[in-house]
Design a protein. Structure first.
Length: 202
């Protein structure tokens, strides 16, 4: 492995499926997307990595599905502020325990992600602490690759009692922004209508 081109053997993948899905009206991770489930469509992007985990709420349908996918189930620390970075922190701890160098993350509601999204982020990360996707519609900070060493500053930030925005935390860490041309590939199905729109051809 070189610092500029990490190999997939040193990367763990984590699907973020621990949200409340308030706007969706049901647990969106297990919503149907074509012939599969939305979380399964995203999980395919992690197939090349050494280990795979899913951040899910205890007792949720996503946790049940994670078992069937033979993924490690990670739960947020209830003593920390609620939000996606709490899930990322558990993923970083998990990756560190497995002697991995990087954690690749993606939200469960982005089923059209490019098949090479993590390959491109890993190619671009260099010596940066993290790399995340950017398109013409803005930043996609949870579609990212994180150095496992970010566990320490992230835990310090969350122990302060406030959950920062993912974007602001990555900016503070001087993360690498990686451009992707296809903005639709990163669209989130935050509502049932949005999911239907993603199922229709572009």
């Amino acid at each position: 492995m070189t610092e500029s081109h990490p190999t997939t053997e040193r990367v763990g993948g984590m699907l973020l499926a621990g949200g409340q899905s308030r706007r969706f009206g049901a647990e969106k991770a297990v919503a149907r997307f074509g012939e599969t489930l939305m979380m399964d469509a995203v999980a395919e992007r992690f197939a090349r990595f050494a280990d795979f985990a899913i951040s899910a709420r205890p007792g949720s349908a996503a946790a049940t599905r994670a078992t069937r996918l033979h993924a490690t189930i990670l739960n947020d620390d209830p003593s920390l502020p609620s939000g996606p970075l709490a899930g990322v922190l558990e993923g970083l701890k998990w990756a560190h325990a497995r002697n991995l160098d990087f954690l690749a993350t993606a939200p469960c509601d982005a089923p059209l992600l490019p098949t090479d999204v993590f390959e491109r982020l890993l190619d671009a990360i260099g010596l940066a602490p993290a790399a995340f996707a950017v398109t013409s519609v803005g930043d996609h900070p949870l579609c990212a690759v994180w150095q496992v060493a970010l566990q320490t500053p992230l835990e310090h930030s969350l122990r302060g009692g406030v959950h920062p925005s993912v974007r602001s935390f990555l900016a503070e860490q001087h993360a690498e922004r990686v451009w992707f041309d296809d903005a639709r590939a990163f669209a989130n199905a935050n509502t049932a209508d949005a999911l239907l729109a993603l199922e229709r051809p572009a």
